[in-house]
Design a protein around this ligand. Structure first.
Ligand code: KG4
Ligand code: ZN
Length: 353
């Protein structure tokens, strides 16, 4: 790309070790030059969830090689790189430290600017890399740790419209999978099982449906699935399929309803869905219908870029660098880093955001 800046991105906030090179043209067009993602799923599977110490250790062992591989696949040497961006929060502190220290060391050694990236901002800006989307747009971020609707107005300018008052939606998928004896991560397993199930067999609740405040809640739904499962012991294959189908249908109804409410609050022409749960096909179709009903279009980046990756981190770095922004090598890593610090805590919310 003529006159483009080339950014190295590093992502280690959860259980993916990732590095990527992304180019940004002076006109603002992005291109992924290389993107390497190493999932730690196998390390965490025996524990049925991400173990922070294991994750941090795995990042330490893998990151150098992943960065080298990203450079190799791009056919680039470090002289070509204009800046280094690393996720500095929110996430698991051990992993964040590994990525941030590595990114800072490379930036220092190569004498390039360093960008401390907010992981949520990276998800929020991905659709500009993949689809060249213009501001403003609505973002539904649905992952293992986050369930939010944001009004994305500009780089660094986000208004949180909704958040969960209890579980994140991916977390709910993972917990339901666990109680039904399915594998980890639970989302894909639940979706697979749901395909053979009857969503109407169990009368499951739709928490928050129709409420004026646009927030989410999943813990009551999760408990309802647990109760239904307990009443059926031992669970047969069809029981599991029907419970998965019922749960997925309820989640989909809730998310679509909350997004509809967000459109009422902030009418936008595009709805972007991001995060691991965005892989769910039933959810995508429901969101496409909701967007259409509000005169908007659903934009769903390719699945590899919806889940955690470093291309989104590099891109967020490129967007910030283009605005003349960069960070000091003393930038901290932070477990919590809301995109909209002014947003009030949702009523009934615990520590999760
Ligand atoms: O964004 P992500 O890869 O990692 C973070 O949590 O940051 O999201 C992972 C989450 C897990 O909870 C997983 O169960 C869920 O996304 N997930 C799905 C599907 N694929 C992944 N949930 C529902 N349906 C899916 N097909
Ligand atoms: Zn994420």
């Amino acid at each position: 790309m003529e006159g483009a800046t080339l950014i190295l991105g590093i992502e280690t906030s959860c259980d993916e070790t990732a590095a990527a090179l992304v180019a940004r043209s002076p006109a603002g067009v992005g291109e992924i030059v290389s993107s390497v993602v190493l999932s730690q799923v196998e390390e965490h599977t025996p524990f049925g969830g991400v173990v922070p110490e294991i994750a941090a250790r795995a990042h330490v062992e893998a990151l150098d090689g992943i960065v080298a591989e990203a450079l190799r696949r791009a056919g680039a040497t470090h002289e070509r790189i204009d800046a280094v961006a690393a996720t500095c929060g929110p996430g698991l502190l051990g992993g964040l430290l590994v990525g941030a220290v590595t990114g800072k060391a490379l930036a220092f050694a190569w004498e390039k600017p360093f960008l401390a990236i907010n992981h949520l901002e990276a998800h929020a800006l991905t659709a500009r890399l993949t689809d060249g989307l213009e501001f403003p747009y609505l973002l539904l971020l649905v992952s293992g740790g986050h369930t939010q609707i944001l009004d994305v107005r500009g780089v660094g300018d986000y208004a949180r419209i909704a958040t969960t008052i209890d579980d994140a939606v991916g977390e709910a998928f993972d917990k339901v999978a666990k109680m039904l004896g399915l594998g980890f991560p639970g989302g894909p397993e639940v979706e697979k099982a749901a395909a053979a199930g009857d969503p109407a067999r169990f009368d499951l609740p739709r928490p928050m449906l129709g409420r004026v405040e646009p927030h989410f809640s999943f813990s009551g739904l999760k408990t309802a699935v647990r109760r239904a499962a307990e009443g059926l012991q031992p669970l047969g294959g069809q029981d599991v399929a029907d419970l998965c189908a019922g749960f997925q249908a309820a989640v989909t109804d809730c998310l679509a309803d909350r997004v509809a409410r967000a459109f009422d609050i902030a009418p936008r022409r595009h709805l972007v869905v991001a995060g691991g749960v965005a892989a769910n096909a039933a959810l995508r179709s429901a969101l496409a219908r909701t967007a259409e009903a509000h005169g908007a279009m659903l934009v769903a980046p390719p699945q590899a870029l919806c889940g955690d990756n470093a291309a989104m981190v590099a891109w967020a770095g490129a967007e910030r660098l283009a605005l003349g922004l960069s960070d000091g090598l003393d930038a901290p890593v932070v477990a919590r880093w809301p995109l909209d610090p002014g947003a009030e805590a949702a009523r009934g919310a615990g520590v999760k955001a």
